[in-house]
Design a protein around this ligand. Structure first.
Ligand SMILES: Cc1cc2nc3c(=O)[nH]c(=O)nc-3n(C[C@H](O)[C@H](O)[C@H](O)COP(=O)(O)OP(=O)(O)OC[C@H]3O[C@@H](n4cnc5c(N)ncnc54)[C@H](O)[C@@H]3O)c2cc1C
Length: 489
């Protein structure tokens, strides 16, 4: 949408029948589910991208800022989170007496941390010298450290459970907070300072809104069309061959398909072998259940996280990529209490996500999928008010890690390459792909990384690089600076 607005002749070749990829809708009878994302944070980035085309997001989708945001449950202790600092202080003090002052210290320190780090995420890293720019030098104390997100949180909170309330957001990167680099403690701050949003109809309506803008700007969509192979003139992509045998010329090529999947399949003579890509580190996967219900659980929260009894072990299992934890953490979204449009009147839908191992070690999901589903349902029934859940399931869809892999996601790692320091910034596949003159990457596999606001930023960086290659310098629309500095004042 950015390039189409800027006057380029843009064609999107999409294998699926609808736009959105991981953020597309799933239709199951009368129920509409989001495939992946359910939390929109850092909304100002999406607003900036729309503003770059002279538009407002609110004209394309309806946002609901959630308050309470998420209910977190550890056994018999629960806490609601809020972006309202007074409410959050009270909730923390009630569930974890004596910790409220620690929360205030975390928020105040992280306002500064985010304002310092944020500018470093907005530019490409094509040269190692990028690390010596003044904004990066200011951020180095936060970035160049061996500490993990959990180490950072241990500097603030005493209760292990409360630490998890400020670290579970590492799930957006598919990482364990014990392994996730310290800089990502900004993720929970962004949520708790700036809130999270639902989009009526589902977050997939963000993709639909973007597709509408793209068409308004005369962009050309080709759905149900698969790219088979790129061909080259020297270091330049010259044509894209489609599965139906058609060949399309290109001046510049943007690759949005899952990085390692694309790199090993559609680069033709320049494909990288899967064995070499397997040497990189990847995120976890997810086991998904999408349930259509003939009732609405009005008293259940919109977002609910049930932590595993031994969360650390659960994450160690996931990190080791071998064992499917018996003691799993489960995230449940009951958006029908906020959004009447996703199910028929009197009905609702539940989205259930269980972080689990990717398919690197080929766990045979087909052998024990039914038993696993029963186990997940048992745990939900035991730990929520949905005691008669099984009686109300009238539609069901499931995606296992194997299912994600079959949907063209390398080893089913739903959150892409891991966000370790050796795979971040300069060390992540570059926005203008190394070794090629006119191939650009967007999406979770390039800089800055996985997650909705982050992939929108990757799109803006790559669009601006293309403009620069044609001699046009673009000024960024910037809402973030004022928002972040007012939070830090
Ligand atoms: C279960 C789950 C929950 C998540 N929750 C959140 C959340 O709450 N908040 C958040 O911010 N982020 C969340 N994320 C992360 C977020 O969804 C991703 O970072 C983002 O959607 C990835 O977008 P992408 O453009 O990189 O890839 P994709 O969305 O996968 O886009 C790639 C596209 O390429 C197409 N394609 C692939 N191969 C070909 C080919 N050969 N020819 C043509 N087309 C092809 C695919 O069909 C697809 O449309 C979640 C992700 C998952 C999976």
């Amino acid at each position: 949408m950015l390039l189409a607005h800027r006057g380029y002749d843009v064609t999107i070749v999409e294998k699926a029948s609808v736009p959105g990829g991981r953020n597309a809708p799933i239709q199951a009878g009368p129920y509409t589910f989001d495939t992946g994302p359910t939390f929109l944070h850092q909304k100002f980035t999406l607003d900036e991208v729309f503003a770059e085309t002279g538009r407002k997001t609110e004209d394309y989708m309806e946002f609901v800022k959630l308050d309470p945001m998420t209910t977190l449950t550890w056994g018999d202790v629960s806490m609601e989170t809020s972006f309202n600092q007074e409410t959050m202080t009270q909730n923390i003090e009630k569930a974890f007496p004596g910790e409220a002052a620690n929360y205030e210290r975390f928020m105040s320190d992280h306002a500064k941390k985010l304002e310092t780090i944020f500018p470093c995420l907005l530019t490409p890293y094509h040269k190692i010298s990028s690390y010596f720019k003044s904004k990066m030098i200011k951020a180095l104390p936060y970035v160049a450290t061996k500490k993990s997100v959990m180490d950072v949180l241990s500097e603030y909170f005493d209760d292990e459970r409360l630490k998890l309330a400020f670290t579970f957001q590492a799930k957006y990167l598919g990482m364990s907070p014990w392994n996730c680099p310290a800089l990502f403690s900004i993720l929970s701050y962004i949520e708790y300072a700036h809130g999270i949003y639902h989009v009526q109809g589902g977050l997939s309506n963000i993709s639909m809104g973007m597709a509408k803008v793209f068409e308004e700007e005369d962009g050309n969509f080709m759905f149900d069309t698969e790219v088979k192979e790129i061909t080259y003139h020297g270091k330049k992509a010259a044509t894209v061959l489609l599965a139906d045998g058609t060949s399309m010329k290109c001046d510049d090529l943007i690759v949005n398909a899952d990085y390692a999947h694309a790199r090993s399949t559609i680069f033709g003579e320049k494909n990288e072998p899967p064995e070499s890509l397997l040497k990189k580190k990847y995120s976890c996967s997810t086991y998904m259940l999408y349930l259509g219900l003939d009732t609405i659980y009005e008293d259940e929260p919109h977002h609910h996280v049930l932590f595993a009894d031994d969360y650390h072990q659960n994450l160690r299992d996931i990190q080791d990529e071998k064992i499917v934890s018996a003691d799993a953490s489960i995230y449940i979204r009951n958006s029908s209490i906020t959004d009447p449009t996703v199910a028929p009147k009197g009905h609702s839908q539940l989205y259930i996500l269980v972080p689990t191992i990717n398919t690197r070690n080929q766990h045979p999901w087909e052998d024990d999928q039914d038993a696993y589903e029963e186990k997940i349902l048992d745990r939900i029934i035991e730990n929520t008010g949905m005691k008669d859940l099984r009686d109300h399931i009238v539609k069901k869809r499931c995606i296992t890690p194997q299912g994600w892999e079959e949907a063209n996601i390398f080893i089913g790692a739903t959150f892409n390459l891991a966000h370790t320091m050796d795979q971040m910034l300069y060390f992540r596949p570059r926005n203008r792909l190394n070794g090629f003159e006119n191939i650009y990457l967007v999406g979770g596999g390039t800089h800055p990384g996985s997650g909705l606001p982050t992939i929108y930023e990757s799109a803006r960086i790559s669009a601006n690089l293309i403009c620069e290659s044609h001699g046009i310098q673009r000024d960024r629309v910037d809402f973030a600076s004022a928002i972040l500095s007012s939070a830090n004042s």
